[in-house]
Ligand binder design. Structure first.
Ligand code: OFO
Length: 170
């Protein structure tokens, strides 16, 4: 059994991961609608990864005999004005997700919930990667996508991203 506050926080995080999947699907759709299929591919894979993250929270709660509380997932509802904006949003979003996960870690630490801290270790590391990927995308865009040829080449590079299942197995 887990502490009630921790269960609530983990359920909230599950919802946030589903929202992340929605947010990245919206970005994939935006790029698809604008014929940037490499960017579409990159964000579509990100959608799959976020769904995986949500399922890891689900499995951890179930493994500990806790109930899953599914909440409404908000629609992203964002109007992008240029191809750079989703890249900025994704970096800011990941930084926010990192702070939420750090907060759960803090709460688990306070009550010596070592099991949850160990579970969250994977996500702490993952967030480092997520932030770096988002930052790299933005930097590459600013460096190379200043003209249509550069944008075309960057889009081709984004096509090469391949989905890999999470390394954490519960
Ligand atoms: Fe689940 O890592 Fe992004 O949000």
């Amino acid at each position: 059994m887990l502490n009630k506050n921790i269960v609530n926080l983990l359920n909230e995080q599950l919802n946030r991961e589903l929202y992340s999947a929605y947010l990245y699907l919206d970005m994939a759709n935006y790029y698809a609608e604008n014929n940037l299929n490499g960017f579409e591919n990159w964000f579509y894979i990100q959608t799959q990864e976020e769904r995986d993250h949500a399922m890891l929270y689900r499995q951890y709660l179930l493994n500990n005999g806790e109930s899953i509380v599914l909440k409404k997932v908000d629609a992203p509802n964002i109007k992008y004005n240029n191809f750079r904006e989703p890249l900025v949003n994704s970096l800011e979003h990941e930084q926010q997700i990192t702070s939420f996960i750090n907060n759960i870690y803090d709460e688990a630490y306070k009550i010596k919930d070592y099991r949850t801290m160990q579970f969250l270790d994977w996500f702490i590391k993952e967030q480092g990667e997520e932030e770096k990927n988002a930052d790299d995308n933005l930097k590459k865009y600013d460096l190379f996508a200043g003209d249509s040829k550069g944008l075309y080449m960057l889009d081709n590079e984004m096509k090469s991203r391949i989905y890999t299942a999470p390394s954490l197995v519960l």
